[in-house]
Design a protein around this ligand. Sequence first.
Ligand code: B12
Ligand code: SF4
Ligand code: SF4
Length: 363
Amino acid sequence: MLSDDTLADLAELIKTWGRELGFQQVGITDTHLEAHEAHLNTWLDKGYHGEMGFMDKHGTKRTRPAELEPGTQRVISVRMDYLPAEVESTKVLGQPRRAYVSRYALGRDYHKLMRKRLAQLAKQIEHKVGAFGYRAFVDSAPVMERALAQKAGLGWFGKNAMLLNPKAGSLFFLGELYTDLPLPVDAPFEEEHCGSCNACRTACPTGAIVDDKVVDSRKCISYLTIELHGAIPVEYRRAMGNRIYGCDDCQLVCPFTRFTRATQEDDFAPRHDLDRASLVRLFTWGEEEFLAKTAGSPIRRIGYERWLRNIAVGLGNAPWSEAVEAALWARRAFPSELVREHVAWALEEQRFKRETRIATAAS
Ligand code: B12
Ligand code: SF4
Ligand code: SF4
C-alpha cells in the first residue's frame, strides 16, 4: 500500500515524465462517467454512430473503465499536438484541383507512436513503485476519451464536440493509461469558453453538428470519407469539395485554433506531398503505389477502393479541365462497382461544367 504522500508525489512525477515523453498535458481522473453514459446512449439511440458498429457493441465497458480493465481506479489522460510546422497552408481547401487531407493524417499513424510513449510512462512508474496494473489506449478501444480528458482537466467540449484547450485549440490527439493506483485526481475543466460563438456550426459543410456538442456521424465528412464502407450518399458529395480524407473545417474556423502549437514529433511531418498534391496525381496512384506510400499512415486503413471513391468525388467537384476528365475516364471501367459508380457521378458533374462553359462562351 502506498501512502497518500507517496501517491501525491507520484502524481507530480507522472506529469513531469509525461511532458518529457512528448505529451503537452497530463491529467488524472477517476472512473465515474455516469452522465456521459446517459449522453452516449442517447447518441446511439438516435443512430448518430451510423455504420460504426464498434461504438455500441461493448455494452457498458466504454463508460465503466473497470469493466474494460478490471481493477482500474484512475485514468491518466494525455494529449499530443499534431499539426506539423512545415505544412502547406490549409488554403488548399480553397484550391479545388488539389486534395485536402485532414491535418492529423499527413504523416505517420499516431496510434502506435502514442501507445509506445504511454508504455514508456508505465515503465517509469513501475521503476518507481514496483509492479502495478495498467493498460494504454489511443483511440482503439471502447474508451470515452474526450469525457475522461475533460474530467482530468485538459479542456472543455466545444460546440463542435472537440475537446478544446484555451491555450492550445483542439488539433491534438488524446490517449490514456488506465491504472489500479489510487492517485489523487485533478479538477475537471468546468469553464466553457465558446460563449455566443457559433462559427463551427455555421461552417460545417454538411450540417453534421446537429446540436451544440453533438455530431451526427452519418453527415460528417470525416465519417463519410473514413468510416463509411459503401457509397457516399449523393446529397453530401458536392459539399465534400476536395476533402478526400477527414475534415477539419469545424476546427479551422474556431477562434481557439490560432493558439495551436506545432507538433514536436517529426513523425507527423507530411509524407509524399500529401499536404499539397493534386487530385489528379493521387488518382493515378496504382494499388501497389497506394500501399507503399501509405505504409505506416492512418490513411492505409481505408484501403485502395475507398481511396479512389473519395478522390473521384473530389474530381467531380473540381473545375472542369481536360486532365480531370481524362483521369476519370481512365478509371471508368475499374473492377470495383463502388469506384465505377463514383467515377460515373464525377464524369457527369464534369460534363455538366464543360457544357455550361461552352454555352457561356457561345452566348
Ligand atoms: C466515433 C469517433 C468519431 C466519429 C463521431 C464523432 C463524434 N463527435 O462523436 C467521427 C467519424 C464522425 C469522428 C470524426 C472526427 N474525429 Co473522432 N473519434 C471517435 C471516437 C472513436 C469515439 C467518440 C465518441 O465516443 N463519440 C460519442 C459522443 C457521444 O461522445 P464524444 O464525441 O466524446 O462527445 C462528448 C461531448 O459530446 C460531451 N457532451 C456533449 N453534450 C453533452 C451532454 C451531456 C449531458 C453530457 C454528460 C456530455 C455531453 O460529452 C461527450 C462524451 O460524453 C474517439 C476516440 C474515443 N475512443 O473516444 C475519436 C476522437 C473523438 N476523434 C478525434 C478526431 C481528431 C476526429 C476528427 C477531428 C478527425 C478528422 N479531422 O476528420 C473528426 C472531428 C469531428 C467532430 N467534430 O467530432 C479525436 C478528438 C481529439 C479532440 N481534441 O477532441 C479523438 C478523441 C481520437 C483521439 N484519440 O485523439 N470521430
Ligand atoms: S469534421 Fe467537417 S463535416 Fe464533420 S462536423 Fe466538423 S466540419 Fe462538419
Ligand atoms: S468555433 Fe466557436 S462555438 Fe465552435 S468550438 Fe470554437 S469557440 Fe466554440
